[in-house]
Each structure stands twice: as C-alpha cells, then as structure tokens.
Design a protein around this ligand. Structure first.
Ligand code: 5CA
Ligand code: ZN
Length: 409
C-alpha cells in the first residue's frame, strides 16, 4: 500500500537527546539505544470508520518518538499495518450493505488525509494484512510443524505455553488475561483449546466470508496477531526498538505477537520496548468505533478547524494518561495556536536557544509534550509582552515547534 506524503522536518542547531521511555514489559523507564537506524512498528487502524481523536492521540505519541530520534540525526525505519480484513470490518460492511474492500479502501484513504493534515510522519512501509497473507501462511505452517500450533475443526491455534516468556509484555494475572481475551477478539470459552487464551493463527474459510489460499492450512484467513508479526519480521526483524499502540493493545495483541515471534525465531525479545498510549474518552467512556462515541479528525477539518490546533490539543495531554476530549480542550488549543503565531510573526525577538533545549529535554523525558508546550508558552508570553532584538529567534522557534512537535506555525 502507499502511505502518505511526508512533511519536511527542519534540522535544529545543537544536539538531540536520547529518548527515555516507559516500557510496559519492564514497567519502568528505559533509555533506548537504537543505533544509527531506529526501528519502530506501530499498529495501524482497522479501517471500518473514520479516524477519531483516540487514534490521532496514539499516532501523535509515536510521531513524537520519531521526531526525537530524527533530532539525534538517526534514520528512522517505521512500519505500520492496516488491518484491512477483520471481523468488525466485515460486520460493518454487511450492516451497511457495502463491499468490504471498498469500505476498507475508503476509510484508509481518509486516514491518510487525516495523517497528512496532522503532519504525522508516514511509515516507510505501510502494509495491509491482505497483502501480507502470502507471507503469513508459511509462518503458521512453521509454528504448526514445530509443535507450537494445533488444529481445532480446521482452525489453527497458537499454544501460548510454548513461549517461556509468555505474559512478560503485559504482566497480567490469568484472570485478567482471560477477561481481556474475551473482550478483545479472543475466544477463551471455545471448548477443547489447550489453553483458553490460545489465539487463532488461521481461521478456516467461513460461509459468506472472504478466504485465501492457505496451502497446507486449507483456505481461510489469518488471525490478528500473526499479521502484525509477519509484517514486523519481514520489514524490521527481531529486536526492533519500539512496538507501539494504544494501551488496549498490550493484551492480548502485543503479548501474543511477541510470543509468536519469539517461538518462531527462537530469539528474544521481539521488541526492546513496548510503548502504550493512554485511552481518549468522550462523555466518560473510551472513544471507540464499536460504541460510536466519536469525534472525527475529518469532521473537525471539514468544519474549518486548523489541523495545527487539533495537533496542539493532542499534545496538551501526556501520551500515557487517559484523558477526555471536550470542546474546551480544542478551544484552549485554538487559543494557544493564536498566541504562538502572534509571537513568531515578527522577524526578531527573545533569544530562543534555551527554549530549543527545554523542548528537547521535555520530549526525551518520556515524551512530556505538556512540559514542551509550557516551555513554548513561557517564551511566547514574554515575546508577546516584551519582545526582543535577537534576529531570527522567532524563526528558530517555528522550526523547533515544527521539527519536534509537528506543528506548523
Ligand atoms: N488494527 C488494530 C491494530 S493491529 C487496531 O487496534 N485498530 S484500531 O483502529 O482499533 O486502533 C488503532 C490504534 O488506535 C490502536 O493503537 C489503538 O490502541 C488506538 N486507539 C483506539 N481507540 C483509542 C482511544 N479511544 N484512545 C487512544 N487510542 C485509541
Ligand atoms: Zn497490530
């Protein structure tokens, strides 16, 4: 699949900082040491509805990770998937009497537009689950042949007990895993499974549903977790730097993915850090396509809201906190954008070298975007009140805000 166009990232004077980030697996902050090419996999959308503020907040977090790395003069190798065949997508297509491939293509196109407008850096490889199927089949066969997968009425399941590290990403107890598995696409109640948590690797073709050639597996379609594993292994390999997504992906998705990959390769770990963004709520409940309590990026854009203000609204919350989208959050962001634009509208002003370092330090410290915004606020307030004579200072602030926060002033 094609991704979306990249906005340019200005180079800043001085030196970027190494990222210290909270890792779900260890439960603590770790300093990443990516080498000259940093590798990141971020789980993409299931394209059956438009991008909402929750998605945008999660992609904003991982965009910041890349901007911190780019500032250290590293290259970034970024991979994202599209879950372009899945139960909720097929169900929505049936409900609305439309072709599931058209639904997926239309919503993916809208997602690209939203990401472009929000200045999110595009992945180098943007891969649909459907196009990954030929690479998934041999992985499932390998797991089965190694005794790590078993068949149940034509469906193939992964045996979680074959990974000695299973449980090490989310660190949940058995009961919590069971509840979340049932909630998030698993089938712990299905009889005759070796372990109720075992996830499906290959689902035998169902009447009226799309299916693909599965070689020795028979016709069917892949399970969710193995899709992301196949794409990540193909384009990044084992031990990549960051596996990212919202906190609702820690279990089962990232837990199962890590186990699939670790058993397949005999190597550990799948990713150096598992990074999870908090959940954005609306009216007291997690914003979700299945509940329908949504604020869409595209709707705000069509209502004339400046994408830079949407981005500032996302940045005003720490990526790990759960927060609530309200009209006030957006109104505050619109106001902040106005103050910042006024402050950089003159050719000279207050020196900004120290501000560059403050923004760098805030982001390197577990992506503390609210602290970065507060630093720019302080500069803008003094600049608007007193001004200064440092030629080029406003330009430096614009470039800093653009390069590190993805906001065009
Ligand atoms: N296609 C899978 C990942 S392989 C998927 O979870 N798709 S999604 O469309 O449901 O979500 C896309 C991303 O947005 C995921 O990282 C998910 O964790 C995140 N996300 C979904 N809802 C919210 C929310 N309310 N707040 C924050 N992030 C969210
Ligand atoms: Zn995924």
């Amino acid at each position: 699949m094609h991704a979306w166009p990249a906005s340019e990232v200005p180079a800043l004077p001085g030196k970027g900082r190494d990222l210290r980030i909270h890792d779900t697996a260890t439960g603590g902050r770790i300093t990443l040491d990516p080498g000259p090419v940093a590798r990141i996999y971020v789980c993409g959308i299931t394209p059956y509805d438009a991008t909402h503020m929750g998605h945008a907040a999660t992609y904003n977090a991982f965009d910041l990770v890349q901007r911190v790395w780019l500032d250290t003069k590293r290259q970034v190798h970024y991979v994202q998937n599209v879950t372009d065949v899945d139960d909720p997508l097929l169900e929505r297509a049936v409900r609305d009497g439309q072709d599931w491939t058209e639904l997926a293509e239309r919503e993916t196109a809208l997602f690209r537009e939203d990401m472009t407008a929000l200045r999110m850096l595009p992945p180098k490889h943007y891969i649909g689950a459907v196009e990954a199927i030929p690479g998934i089949v041999p992985l499932v066969e390998r797991l089965r042949d190694a005794g790590a997968a078993y068949e149940l009425d034509g469906d193939v399941y992964f045996s979680v007990e074959t990974d000695p590290h299973f449980g090490g990403v989310s660190n949940l107890d058995a009961e919590a895993m069971r509840l979340l598995s049932a909630e998030r696409g698993g089938d712990p109640e299905r009889p005759d499974k070796k372990n109720p948590l075992d996830p499906m690797l290959w689902m035998a073709a169902r009447e009226g549903e799309p299916s693909w050639d599965g070689a020795s597996l028979g016709p069917g379609r892949p399970g969710w977790h193995i899709e992301c594993v196949a794409i990540a292994l193909d384009h990044l390999g084992m031990g990549f730097d960051v596996q990212g997504g919202g906190s609702d992906l820690a279990f089962p998705h990232h837990e199962m993915g890590a186990s699939h990959a670790q058993v397949l390769t005999g190597e550990y770990p799948f990713a150096q850090a598992y990074v999870h963004a908090g959940m954005v709520a609306l009216d007291g409940e997690k914003m979700s396509k299945s509940k329908g309590n949504l604020v869409f990026v595209s709707k705000l854009r069509h209502d004339g809201v400046d994408p830079a203000a949407i981005r500032l609204a996302l940045l005003s919350h720490h990526y790990r906190s759960d927060w609530e989208w309200t009209d006030q959050v957006l109104a505050d962001a619109v106001e902040r954008l106005g103050r910042w634009r006024a402050a950089v509208s003159r050719p000279d002003g207050l020196p900004a070298e120290a501000l560059v370092e403050e923004v760098r330090e805030a982001l390197a410290d577990d992506l503390d975007a609210p602290a970065a915004l507060a630093a720019v606020d302080r500069w803008a307030e003094r600049q608007n009140a007193e001004g200064g004579t440092d030629e080029g200072a406003p330009g430096l602030v614009s470039r800093t805000v653009d390069a590190l926060l993805g906001v065009a002033l």
